[in-house]
Design a protein around this ligand. Structure first.
Ligand SMILES: NC(=O)c1ccc[n+]([C@@H]2O[C@H](COP(=O)([O-])OP(=O)(O)OC[C@H]3O[C@@H](n4cnc5c(N)ncnc54)[C@H](O)[C@@H]3O)[C@@H](O)[C@H]2O)c1
Length: 306
């Protein structure tokens, strides 16, 4: 039996239903009591990033052999507990990368141009022409922190727009071909010279708070920062403070320390002008949902058919 706890494209769910018993309830991610009871009989579990696949859950899952992740970040899954119980974890590698890459390019253009948030002023009869003149992305330097699949796809789009690209990723071989059109920099250098900084690292013990107050202070006043990786990799409070003081030119945040963001947490962003906030949708589009769901349905089917 397969348990699906978060939204999945219906045609991929149907693909699984043709062969297996499937229990699909997208509200289960937030109902850990029901989840612990249901997991007992399951051979496969399919989640996004809201379901916490904890050691406790795994210990209540004697029949579980695999977990499909409708996305790529695995920070909501206890990988050690899975390994100890011989449970294979399948991320949807690459299936939502285009969506995130487009999000980053779009946010870069919106933040640098400063012209697209004037609807209310215009409807009120104003003509805010003077303050709506921003910058092109053409010729600007995009700094990518983490240079894996999403960052490389973002690089490809950026080069097509005439941008320069630099990246920081100490885990990539420095002689690799990926550095052909992108300068390999250390983190401090990247932060000091980039016009647009975009984060593409997983959340881990090592990357938690990687971009702290000291690192944020290296960023130029005119530069903008985009986080569509994970909330914990950047000090959100310090970023909000520096944006308010105009020490950083703007930001787009798709991911947050705590999700969903409540009114109290969101308060720190009040009054910041050049700021885009989105509810963790960088990788979520109609197309990516179809690709991610189909990929995971096939991986789970192959696993269970062995
Ligand atoms: N906002 C969204 O909807 C969304 C969607 C998909 C992925 N994500 C996030 O984006 C992250 C990146 O995804 P990806 O598919 O490119 O993953 P990836 O595994 O292809 O790339 C991650 C890269 O980060 C590098 N890295 C690891 N630790 C680092 C460190 N300390 N400093 C610098 N580089 C480091 C790795 O070497 C790797 O090249 C995911 O882990 C996930 O958290 C967010």
């Amino acid at each position: 039996m397969i348990l699906i706890t978060e939204f999945m494209d219906e045609s991929a769910v149907d693909l699984l239903k043709r062969k297996y018993n499937v229990y699909y309830d997208s509200s289960l991610a937030e109902d850990s009591n029901s989840l612990v009871k249901l997991i007992n009989k399951m051979k496969a579990l399919i989640v996004r990033n809201k379901t916490l696949v904890t050691r406790e859950l795994i210990e209540n899952a004697p029949n579980l052999t695999c977990v499909g992740r409708l996305g790529v970040g695995l920070d909501n899954i206890d990988l050690n507990a899975c390994e100890e119980q011989n449970i294979t974890v399948y991320p949807a590698l690459g299936a939502n990368s285009h969506s995130v890459a487009e999000y980053v390019i779009c946010a870069s253009m919106l933040l640098l141009r400063k012209a697209y948030f004037k609807k209310n002023e215009m409807i009120a009869g104003n003509w805010p022409r003077q303050e709506s003149s921003g910058s092109e992305v053409y010729g600007k330097t995009l700094g990518l922190i983490g240079f894996g699949d999403i960052a490389q796809k973002t690089r490809d789009l950026a080069l097509g727009l005439g941008m320069k690209t630099v990246a920081y990723d100490p885990y990539l071989d420095k002689d690799s071909n990926v550095w052909k059109e992108t300068k390999n920099l250390d983190l401090d250098n990247l932060l000091s010279i980039s016009d647009i900084i975009s984060l593409h690292i997983p959340l881990s013990k090592e990357t938690k708070n990687l971009i702290d107050e000291k690192k944020l202070k290296l960023i130029k006043n005119s530069s903008v920062i985009i986080n569509a990786a994970r909330g914990g990799v950047i000090d959100e409070n310090q970023l909000a403070k520096l944006l308010k003081e105009n020490k950083i030119g703007g930001a787009a945040l798709d991911v947050f320390n705590e999700e969903p963001v409540n009114k109290e947490c969101a308060k720190k962003f009040e009054g910041i002008n050049n700021l885009i906030l989105t509810p963790h949708i960088g990788g979520v589009t109609k197309e990516s949902n179809e690709r991610v769901s189909e990929m995971i349905a096939k991986k789970i089917d192959t696993h269970l058919s062995k």
